[in-house]
Design a protein around this ligand. Structure first.
Ligand SMILES: [Zn+2]
Length: 532
C-alpha cells in the first residue's frame, strides 16, 4: 500500500510539477521585427502571431543589450545565449586585425558547394556552441535543422554542429547549404528545389490583404523617402512569369517559401515524431528587406506582417495535426529592430531626425581630417586606416602617446556631425566603471580578437545611408534593440511580463524548459515565467 502511495505521489509530482518534455522546439526569428508591431497591429493578426501574443508569455521589454544591432550578431546571440563579446560575431562584416582583410561573419572559403550550389559559408567564425549543440550533446539522436533566406541567419542560429543549415538561393529557386554540413542534399530537399515552388505558389501580383482603410491609418502608401520595389513604391507589385524565384525577395512570398520548406523538413525528417526532442530554427528575412526599403511605417510592412501571421498560423496548425498541440514549444524573437525613415519621423512624429549620406556627409569629412592630421604630425602614413584602425606607431613617431593620439582622433571624428561619441578599444576591453553613455552595450558587442580600434555612436534618430531612400539599424538605441520575445506552449498561462529581459535569454530558457543543460558562462538566463 505504502509503495502504491509513493508511486502515486511520484506520478503526481511528475505530472503536475513539471511540463512534459517537448518533442519539438520551434525557434523563430523574424529578421528586423520591432516589438511595437505586436501592439500596433495585433488587431489584424488571426494566425501564428495571434496565437503567440494572446496565448503565450510575452516579454514586452526585451532588449538586445549590446550595440551591434545587426543580423549576424543578432542570430548568433539568439542561438548561443552569449553576447557578441563572447560569441565572436561582433558585426556582419569586420576587418581582420592581423591581415586587414575584410571578413563576412559566416564566410568560409574551405566550405564547398553541395550538389552544385551553395558553399562558401559555415559557422567557423562562431566561437561558442549554441542551443542545438547543447541538445545534441545530451541527446545524440535529436535533430537540429535551420532554414532562412539568409546564410548568416540559418548558420548562426544553428550553432557548430546542427544536422543541416539551409538558406535560400534565388538562382536555384530553392534551398542550399555547404559541405560543412553534408556532402549531398537529402532527397526531400532535392525534390523541394525541383518543384518550381515560386512559379507554382507566387501569384501574378502582391496585393494588399486588408481593406485600404486599415493601411491608410498608418500614413500614405506613397512616401518620398520609400525605397522602390521594381521601380514602384505603391501596391500592387507585379511578378514576372519565369522570374518569380528572383523576385520573391522583399515580398511575403520570400518568407512563405521558408515556412513551406520548414513543414517539409518536419515531414521528411520526422521532426518531433521520434521519441526525442528535436530543434527547428526558422529565420524569416523579408521583414528586414521590406523594413530597409519601405520602412517600419509603410503599408508594405503591415501587409507583410499580416501575411507572416497567416503563414505561421498554417505552420502551427500543421504541427498541431502532425505532432500534437501538447508536444511542441515555440519561441519567437528578432535579431534586431529598425529606425523609422528619418523623413517619416520628422514629418509625422515631430522627432528631430536626419539622413546622412555617407558619400557626401561622412567620407569626405573623415578623409579631410585624416589628411589634415597627417600634415600636422608630419606623418607619411595615414592615421586612420580602413575606418577601423588607428596608426599608433605613426602617432608615436610624431611624439604622441596612445592617449594623446586618441584624444586628437576623438576630436577629429566628433567634428563629423553624425557622430556623437567615440569608444576606443582600450575602454571596450575592460569592465571598469565608466560614465560614458551606452558603454556597456558597446562592451557587450566587442570581441577583442576582431574588434576595431574605435567605434562611433551615431546621433539618435539619425541614419547613415548610401541612398536618399530607405532606412537601417545598427545603433544601440532602443528603436534598433527593442525586440519581441514570446514563448508559447499548449499549457502556457498567457501573461505579459514588463521587466527588462534580453534576446540572449531565449536559448537557455528553451534548454531549461526542454530539460537539457546549458553552459554556465552564458550572458542570458532562463526566464522564470517560462521554466518555473
Ligand atoms: Zn537582420
Amino acid at each position: 500500500m505504502k509503495k502504491i502511495l509513493l508511486i502515486l505521489l511520484f506520478v503526481s509530482i511528475y505530472t503536475f510539477g513539471k511540463t512534459p518534455t517537448p518533442k519539438l522546439i520551434v525557434f523563430i526569428s523574424i529578421d528586423q521585427m520591432r516589438a511595437d508591431y505586436f501592439e500596433r497591429y495585433n488587431q489584424y493578426f488571426i494566425g501564428g502571431f495571434h496565437r503567440l501574443y494572446s496565448k503565450g508569455i510575452m516579454y514586452s521589454n526585451a532588449d538586445l543589450n549590446y550595440a551591434a544591432s545587426e543580423t549576424g550578431p543578432g542570430h548568433a546571440t539568439l542561438g548561443t545565449g552569449c553576447y557578441p563579446w563572447k560569441n565572436g560575431i561582433l558585426s556582419n562584416d569586420w576587418v581582420e586585425r592581423t591581415t586587414f582583410n575584410d571578413m563576412y561573419c559566416v564566410s568560409d572559403s574551405t566550405a564547398k558547394s553541395v550538389d552544385g550550389a551553395g558553399g562558401g559559408a559555415s559557422p567557423r567564425n562562431l566561437v561558442v556552441t549554441a542551443v542545438g549543440d547543447w541538445l545534441k550533446q545530451q541527446s545524440p539522436k535529436s535533430k537540429v535543422i535551420t532554414a532562412s533566406s539568409k546564410d548568416r541567419a540559418a548558420i548562426l542560429m544553428g550553432g557548430k554542429n546542427p544536422d543541416y543549415a539551409f538558406w535560400y538561393n534565388k538562382t536555384v529557386g530553392g534551398m542550399v547549404t555547404s559541405d560543412y554540413y553534408t556532402k549531398t542534399l537529402p532527397l526531400w530537399v532535392k525534390t523541394f528545389n525541383a518543384s518550381n515552388w515560386s512559379e507554382k505558389n507566387v501569384p501574378a501580383q502582391w496585393s494588399k490583404t486588408l481593406p485600404d482603410s486599415d493601411y491608410l491609418k498608418i500614413g500614405p502608401d506613397e512616401f518620398a523617402a520609400e525605397g522602390k520595389r521594381k521601380s514602384a513604391t505603391t501596391f500592387p507589385y507585379g511578378f514576372t512569369i519565369g522570374k518569380k524565384a528572383e523576385e520573391i525577395s522583399g515580398s511575403p512570398y520570400g518568407d512563405k517559401i521558408i515556412v513551406d520548406f520548414a513543414m517539409d523538413a518536419v515531414k521528411n525528417e520526422g521532426l518531433g515524431q521520434r521519441g526525442v526532442t528535436d530543434l527547428l530554427c526558422i529565420s524569416l528575412s523579408n521583414c528586414d528587406y521590406v523594413g530597409h526599403a519601405q520602412g517600419p511605417d509603410s503599408h508594405e510592412m503591415l501587409d507583410l506582417l499580416v501575411n507572416i501571421d497567416r503563414y505561421l498560423g498554417e505552420l502551427f496548425s500543421f504541427l498541431d495535426n502532425n505532432i500534437g498541440k501538447e508536444n511542441f514549444v515555440v519561441a519567437l524573437s528578432a535579431d534586431h529592430a529598425v529606425c523609422p525613415l528619418p523623413e517619416f519621423n520628422s514629418q509625422f512624429r515631430n522627432v528631430a531626425a536626419k539622413r546622412y549620406i555617407s558619400a557626401t556627409d561622412i567620407k569626405p569629412k573623415i578623409e579631410e581630417f585624416n589628411s589634415m592630421f597627417k600634415k600636422e604630425l608630419n606623418s607619411p602614413e595615414d592615421i586612420l586606416i580602413k575606418n577601423a584602425f588607428i596608426n599608433y606607431s605613426a602617432g608615436a613617431k610624431a611624439g604622441l602617446d596612445s592617449i594623446q593620439l586618441e584624444q586628437r582622433v576623438r576630436a577629429g571624428l566628433l567634428s563629423v556631425d553624425a557622430y556623437v561619441d567615440i569608444y576606443f578599444r582600450r575602454e571596450l576591453m575592460t569592465r571598469e566603471k565608466s560614465d560614458k553613455l551606452f558603454i556597456e552595450k558597446y562592451r557587450n558587442s566587442y570581441y577583442a580578437l576582431r574588434g576595431k580600434d574605435y567605434l562611433y555612436r551615431i546621433r539618435e534618430n539619425c541614419i547613415i545611408s548610401s541612398r536618399s531612400s530607405g532606412t537601417t539599424h545598427g545603433s544601440p538605441y532602443s528603436y534598433d534593440t527593442h525586440v519581441p520575445l514570446i514563448f508559447w506552449w499548449n499549457d502556457a498561462v498567457p501573461a505579459t511580463i514588463t521587466r527588462e529581459v534580453h534576446s540572449a535569454d531565449a536559448a537557455p530558457t528553451l534548454a531549461k524548459f526542454a530539460g537539457f543543460s546549458f553552459p554556465k558562462n552564458l550572458d542570458g538566463v532562463p526566464l522564470k515565467e517560462v521554466v518555473k
